[in-house]
Design a protein. Structure first.
Length: 81
């Protein structure tokens, strides 16, 4: 394990997670949460947990993003901001 790479991936994941919590647009939040899952997948892979990384990629970045997009498609805006 390269601890510098782990630290960089962890910082990227933290920055993306905080950004996902602070954005106002729901589509941007979905994209950022998908990016968070991708960075966590890379982190798990680098740490040697390939099975966990595969599950994170399939469920975190794949299925949950599709569900979020479907839920966003079925919602309406209440205000114009």
């Amino acid at each position: 394990m390269i601890w510098e790479l782990n630290l960089v991936l962890l910082l990227f994941a933290l920055i993306v997670a905080v950004a996902a919590l602070t954005v106002k647009d729901l589509l941007s939040a979905i994209v950022l949460l998908s990016a968070f899952s991708f960075f966590m997948c890379l982190l798990w892979t680098e740490m040697g947990a390939v099975d966990v990384a595969f599950t994170e990629a399939a469920v975190g970045a794949g299925v949950s993003t599709a569900f979020f997009m479907g839920a966003l498609y079925n919602t309406t805006r209440r205000t114009k901001d």
